[in-house]
Design a protein around this ligand. Sequence first.
Ligand SMILES: Cc1cc2nc3c(=O)[nH]c(=O)nc-3n(C[C@H](O)[C@H](O)[C@H](O)COP(=O)(O)O)c2cc1C
Length: 485
Amino acid sequence: MKMLEPITINGMKVPNRIMVPAMVTRLSGEDGHVTKEISDRYVRYAAGEVGLIVVEAMAIDGNKAGPLLRINEDRFIPGLAEMNRKIHDTSDSKVVPQLIHFLKISKSGWRQTVDMLSQEDIDNVVKRFGEAAARAREAGFDGIELHNAHAYTLASFVSRVNPRRDEYGGDTLEGRLRLIGRVMASVRQHVGNDFPVGIRYLSEEFVRGGYTVEDAKLIGLRMAQLGADYLSLSVGGKLEDAEHVPGHVKHAYSGYSGERCMPGYWFPPALHAHLGAEIKAFINAKGYHVPVIAAGKMSDPAIVEKVLSEGQLDMVAIARGLLADPDWVKKVRLSQIDRIVKCDYCNVCKQLDGTHMPVNCFLWPKGAVQAPAYDPDGKAPYWKGGNAGLSVTQNKLTGVVSWSKPEGSPVYYDIYRTEDDGTVSIVDAVKVTRWVDPMVMAGRRYRYYVRACDATGNASPPSETVVFEPTAPDFAGPVRQPAVV
Ligand SMILES: Cc1cc2nc3c(=O)[nH]c(=O)nc-3n(C[C@H](O)[C@H](O)[C@H](O)COP(=O)(O)O)c2cc1C
């Protein structure tokens, strides 16, 4: 399988094509030190054989930011080094930190913007990225990643809505690219050319006036020219459209751009892969072969394999899917795809991040701080006689599916559905024995079945199937039948 093939990134031998991109865990204290919980979280990804682990955004300066890792002083090196040792002792996974600089923001709704930075402030950002990169190398990371995405300082310079009007200004592309160019030079000065330096940036900003893939192709080309060793693409996550809840700082993922960044269950899978493919094709055509990686609802192994084997991307970044099941890669390798805990994109993790609560997955057993350990001998739940007592009834304009509790240790249930006898897909995962389908249309036929899963994704055989043909007596207009050709 293409996804299990290794890839070498500036000397860093990544054992497969799957990356877990940065995901803040909110498991650190405000002091920014690595805690046991944080270390365990990343060691868990290594145990699950994830090719490249990007450790959550860590601050390169002393700005306040709630619970967030820090790498702005040498005293943080020993904790990071200890975590890296454990990761490397666990598997061949490679590990890089995401280095972040962000601007000030207050609960009043005020926020610092890039036009408020003096030349000295900018010089300081450049210097601090270099110094943090050197600390990362000393701490035993295999490389680093620069956070040039979302609402943070570097991305705010590259943005099309950068409000500066000087040589770093938003009115020219070269102006927008100046800071990242200086940062790359500083980083190389500190870590040399033989240390992998990846850059995360946006393939689309998804805010009014923000840049689209057209700029992203040129930005990617410049990053390649600057000697970036990989490009990891995200989208959106901006403060320009973030909501302000009085008494709280704006959360960069609360507006539409934030929804695009961490798309919920109602968005299609792999929705941004085509942007990555376009950027990769553009850069490759200019003679640069820097690996291009993208994220965004790609946790179905068939989709991941298609995107990679067709050469659309060089690696796939899976965030929430690997949070749900850090053993994703291992299970693919062992042909246990059926046993993967499948993310249902409910975004409970996103909400926890937004409220600075420890990030976990809704599908884990209640109260778990980490994903349950891989259990090769785990027994799937089952219904006696194979009968789950599945039923479906109409309640107003919804279908209500319910079933009985199985034997064994069920933790959650995957709901499978077809529309008009089409393709079967998992439409949700729940922890109770009832599910309401609000997405039914009168005149169509739905079939449902459920599978009960234990903590590590061992799924029962499918329950019996029920058929539902909703009616809508108060349906507002006539329904025309399709033309017979
Ligand atoms: C809880 C949470 C925390 C995140 N933290 C970061 C972060 O620190 N840095 C970053 O670049 N992206 C962050 N992201 C975005 C993810 O890396 C990823 O781009 C996004 O979730 C889409 O990928 P997915 O559909 O595979 O989840 C975070 C996402 C989540 C859900």
